[in-house]
Design a protein around this ligand. Structure first.
Ligand SMILES: [Zn+2]
Length: 244
């Protein structure tokens, strides 16, 4: 394959497979449907990231991965059409050097928490990472105008990154969420367990009475323990999808 002008070079087979697997796994868990996307910062160049072409996540193959610069322009001028909301990825990578994977979802159970005053909090040990806080990005408030809700401009992406700040997840009002992590496996884990936490928290609310969420300290302790176990769910999830 000819190296395109300015490309940071190929990523390894395993890295590419992990990126494809993440889309398939999240679709299998109902976190992504025909919409939403997963990216990975380029392992060899922090100023690049890898994201599939404009395609439903369940259909993504290794051949669909496109390299972008952090302004979310494809490195190859002849690259296939990209996602309208790719600025979510580029602007977060600019703002967060610690982040190496970004997932944008319309994860259904999280949506109520973006449009009400009910704060999403860690209901169990699997989602301890939520104990670091769950900000809500409101595109109307941040941009000062009415939009189609999509993060389709670099400025929207910058606003979202600012609201996300140093957190692992931000809700997006009337839209979904964005999940970030130090690698694609942890990001996938967080996206799945954010959806699970949302469902369980809604169920707990139906039980009535005050909810005993994890304390801040418990949340941080469980986050550290679970992320040390990431190989276990990842191996299982990856084995259950067909990577092409
Ligand atoms: Zn979206």
């Amino acid at each position: 394959m000819t190296k395109s002008k300015g490309s940071a070079g190929p990523i390894t087979k395993e890295q590419r497979e992990d990126l494809v697997a993440a889309s398939l796994i999240l679709a299998q868990h109902g976190v992504l449907d025909a919409f939403g996307h997963v990216s990975m910062r380029h392992p060899a160049d922090a100023n690049r990231y890898m994201l599939s072409r404009n395609l439903a996540p369940e259909l993504v193959t290794s051949a669909d991965i496109v390299e972008y610069d952090l302004d979310s322009e494809p490195v190859d001028a002849n690259a296939p059409r990209g996602f309208l909301e790719r600025y979510i990825h580029g602007e977060i990578y600019k703002a967060r050097p610690d982040v190496h994977a970004v997932i944008h979802t319309h994860s259904p159970s999280v949506v109520p928490f973006g449009v009400t005053r009910t704060i999403m909090q860690p209901i169990y040990h699997m989602s301890g990472f939520l104990g670091r806080g769950v900000p809500v990005y409101d595109i109307a408030k941040e941009s000062g105008r009415q939009t189609d809700i999509l993060v389709r401009e670099p400025g929207h992406g910058r606003d979202l990154a600012r609201v996300l700040a140093d957190k692992p997840m931000a809700l997006m009002r009337g839209h979904g969420n964005v999940v970030v992590a130090q690698d694609i496996r942890v990001a996938t884990y967080r996206a799945i367990y954010t959806e699970m936490n949302a469902r369980l928290q809604l169920q707990a609310m139906m039980c009535g009475g005050p909810i005993e969420f994890l304390s801040k300290e418990e949340a941080l302790l469980t986050e550290a323990t679970l992320e040390g176990q990431i190989h276990r769910p990842w191996e299982l999830w990856k084995a259950k999808v067909k990577i092409r």
